[in-house]
Ligand binder design. Structure first.
Ligand SMILES: Cc1ncc(COP(=O)(O)O)c(C=O)c1O
Length: 399
């Protein structure tokens, strides 16, 4: 008789041992459990544009219901190429340079699986969107973290130390993941910062993998610059984007990578065997979304700016120290005034006793201690949701 004493753990991959479940998604479950206002996960609670919902319904009614071309429906790839030219002046061949995946989440992991070998290193600015750590580990690479430091002045910007960044680059560095506009800090990388990163990528022969999913959500006259538009980066950048944030359809799961043809080939292979393809009718609706007029993007940014300016004063009044975001739809805060042991204890209290869900800062850092005084709030919500959260937050007592 075979040995029946093997523990279930025996079946698990070592890779999975190296990371935990998503804290952000866990906070959403807690918000539901306690009936709290959910300012944790970054999904809008307002409707998606009527035109694009109609386009999705039409696509289904017209029987666009079978597999699309595995690397993306032609209409959507053409629209992506058109948008890259329009917004960033980048010429893209939709036949050889675009891969459509199931959200930018799948796009990121497909990209890293396509380019990383065991022993490679991937540079990541921290705090970072929590998927990047597990993405690197699953692809066999070692994440190397470089700190973004919070601004000292109320109106200042998050910044990094040039020497610290240089020290992270060496012979084994395969890629740098760059998220601009940034989640969770709201930082929008400047041209000078991007040029500095570009110079290191060229010097060390490193690929830039950029997550630009908040491209159109920017404030205070800041400009979103795609790394691929910088001289010297066209052939060493994978630009990742998606429908989720720009069109308020996080549940549709449509994202894409724009990359040089040989990298695209590799991404397409991984994507094909991972998921075959993104939802066909929603890709057609995506093509319609990307054909909305420029005024759509202007209104999107204006509406998000109003939401930011609604939540920030409420958080400040409640006792949080806020780091003002220049882009994306989150605000990182310092919770020192409340005298809690750490961010996790604070967010547990916040969701259960105050009725507001937020994300503990530690989930955005490799070493949880680095985020122990920080908490992130999402403001991609209706005015009445933000007001309900503000009323609850007023019952908090700074020590
Ligand atoms: C920086 C960043 N990238 C990617 C995603 C996920 O995007 P998608 O819905 O396209 O998978 C998020 C969602 O919060 C995000 O903040």
């Amino acid at each position: 008789m075979a040995d029946v004493s093997l523990q279930p753990k025996h079946f698990l991959s070592d890779k999975v041992e190296h990371f935990t479940e998503s804290v952000i998604r866990e906070m959403t479950r807690q918000a539901m459990l306690y009936g709290a206002v959910n300012l944790a996960q970054g999904f809008p609670d307002f409707p998606a544009p009527a035109e694009i919902k109609h386009a999705a319904q039409e696509a289904i009614a017209h029987d666009v219901n079978q597999y699309a071309i595995t690397w993306g429906a032609k209409n959507l790839r053409n629209a992506i190429a058109r948008q890259m030219k329009l917004w960033q002046g980048i010429s893209v061949d939709p036949e050889t340079q675009v891969t459509v995946c199931c959200g930018s989440t799948e796009t990121m992991i497909s990209t890293l699986l396509a380019v990383c070998n065991r022993g490679d290193e991937v540079v990541i600015f921290e705090p970072f969107y929590e998927n990047y750590g597990p993405d690197s580990i699953l692809s066999g690479a070692k994440p190397v973290f470089v700190k973004l430091r919070p601004p000292a002045a109320a109106d200042g910007e998050w910044s990094f130390d040039e020497h610290e960044l240089r020290a992270a680059f060496h012979a084994h560095t395969k890629a740098i993941i760059l998220n601009t506009p940034n989640n969770p800090t709201g930082k929008v990388f400047t041209r000078a910062e991007l040029e500095l990163i570009r110079d290191l990528c060229v010097e060390f022969n490193v690929l830039a993998v950029t997550d630009e999913i908040y491209e159109h959500i920017i404030y205070d006259g800041t400009e979103h610059i795609s790394m691929a538009s910088l001289p010297g980066m066209e052939d060493r950048t994978v630009t990742i984007n998606g429908l989720s944030k720009t069109y308020s359809v996080t549940g549709w799961r449509v994202g894409w990578a724009v990359a040089p043809p040989h990298v695209t080939n590799a991404i397409r292979k991984v994507h094909d065997f991972l998921t075959v393809g993104a939802p066909a009718p929603l890709q057609e609706a995506g093509a319609a979304a990307l054909s909305l007029p420029p005024s759509y993007y202007h209104s999107l940014a204006t509406a998000y700016c109003a939401r930011r300016d609604r939540l920030l004063p409420a958080l400040t009044e409640a006792g949080f120290h806020c780091f003002k975001p220049r882009g994306a739809y989150y605000v990182m805060t310092d919770i020192s005034a409340f005298g809690f042991a750490d961010d996790v204890a604070f967010t547990k209290y916040l969701v259960k006793e105050i009725g507001v869900a937020a994300v503990p800062g530690s989930s955005f850092y490799n070493d949880p201690r680095d985020g122990a005084r920080q908490v992130r709030f999402a403001f991609c919500k209706r005015a009445d949701t933000l007001d309900a959260a503000a009323r609850k937050l007023m019952t908090l007592r700074p020590k």
